[in-house]
Design a binder for this molecule. Structure first.
Ligand code: FNR
Length: 355
């Protein structure tokens, strides 16, 4: 039996295999509401055998959206359609997770198909917030630096979003602390120039994330799992780096976070990133080795044998797949065949196509 297709136990949750659908914004929502696009999109990856599905970055407040097309969970009305999706995903044997997000200074953008640039004016634009009044790109309006009271408000938004997530039925909650969004903006000394207790030292820059973690941990029981996606490096001298990520992971582990989902970059527009197959995996390996926490690797992992080798070499515990699952929703069913394994919950409707 391959490792990739072997189940994985996390507290009271069993993931039927090690493949996780990486969160990927669909920019297809209106007023934060999920619709049939999301139902089919997530449903087909569940039918395709993914062990876990992490729903795209889902905004905890309207101003926390990257664009006006982002999914949201800032009001109770969002719960109904999300529940329909989660029930279907679970019926097909996948564990359903949600990525809770706030885009901070990278909010108020056009849809990617319309260029994705930040919108300064018009119906689909709004004022952005961040740790400090430093824009992501020099030509953008500076965000408003959050006051301490406003920080508490955002933490409350995460709390309420988490409570709604539990009502929907997600088993995994993932905090989006990566890719240059609000929490990462606090972590990195390049985007956080605050002089209060949320800026300056490592301890101060990590405070915002750790306070969110404390709140979420207090809401979750044994049947739920808290994951955090980080960017392990800014890929820029003087920025957030892997040593910081190892220290942060130790703190997160002590607080009860189960999984670090290890990505990189996104906070500095001019960063030079050496993109290639498995290019982010060394960061996962180091965090796993130096902290003992469960890690997920992500980034240009595109085939079953590559994924299996990473698991066998103890570089990660879980494999997050992004774009490969956009190309191939049935990656896991095909991987099982390639690795000579069976797959749990093979859809009976498709058995005649499986030889
Ligand atoms: C992404 N990615 C992403 N990451 C994240 O943490 N939250 C998100 O909502 C999104 N949205 C998103 C949309 C789309 C269309 C893509 C392609 C990517 C990043 C994604 O989860 C993954 O980390 C990267 O795509 C790298 O993995 P792959 O695609 O090389 O497997």
């Amino acid at each position: 039996m391959s490792k990739l297709l072997t189940s994985f136990h996390l507290k009271g949750i069993t993931l039927k295999n090690r493949v996780v659908m990486s969160p990927m914004c669909q920019y297809s929502a209106e007023d934060g509401f999920a619709n049939d696009w999301h139902f089919i999109h997530y449903g087909s990856r569940a039918v395709g055998g993914c062990g876990t599905i992490i729903q795209e970055a889902t905004a905890v407040s309207p101003e926390g959206r990257i664009s006006h097309g982002d999914l949201g969970i800032w009001k109770d009305e969002h719960i109904e359609k999300l529940t329909q999706i989660v029930k279907f995903v679970e019926k097909h044997g996948a564990v359903a997770g949600i990525q809770l997000a706030h885009a901070g200074r990278k909010a108020s953008c056009a849809l990617p198909q319309n260029g994705g640039k930040q919108l300064i004016e018009g119906a689909n634009s709004w004022t952005t917030v961040s740790a400090s009044a430093i824009p992501f790109e020099a030509n953008e309006n500076p965000p408003i630096a959050l006051s301490k009271e406003a920080i508490k408000g955002v933490i409350e938004d995460f709390r309420n979003a988490a409570l709604r997530s539990l009502k929907v039925g997600y088993k995994v909650l993932e905090i989006h602390a990566a890719h240059g969004y609000l929490i990462h903006q606090f972590l990195s000394p390049l985007s956080n120039h605050r002089t209060d207790e949320y800026g300056g030292s490592f301890e101060n820059r990590t405070r915002f994330l750790l306070e969110i973690v404390d709140v979420l941990i207090s809401l979750l029981g044994e049947k739920h799992s808290l994951w955090v996606r980080i960017s392990a490096t800014d890929w820029v001298e003087g920025g957030w780096n892997i040593e910081d990520s190892v220290e942060l992971s130790k703190l997160l582990k002590d607080k009860g976070v189960d999984v670090i989902d290890v990505s990189t970059g996104g906070n500095i527009a001019h960063a030079k990133i050496p993109v290639g197959p498995s290019y982010q995996v060394p960061f996962s390996k180091r965090i796993k080795r130096e902290t003992g926490i469960i890690t997920g690797a992500v980034g240009l992992i595109t085939d079953a044998k590559q994924a299996e080798n990473l698991l066998n070499a103890s570089k990660c515990d879980l494999i997050f797949l992004g774009r490969e699952l956009l190309r191939n929703p049935q990656f896991v069913l095909n991987a099982a065949k390639e690795l000579g394994d069976t797959v749990a919950n093979y859809p009976v409707q498709y058995l005649r196509g499986y030889k």
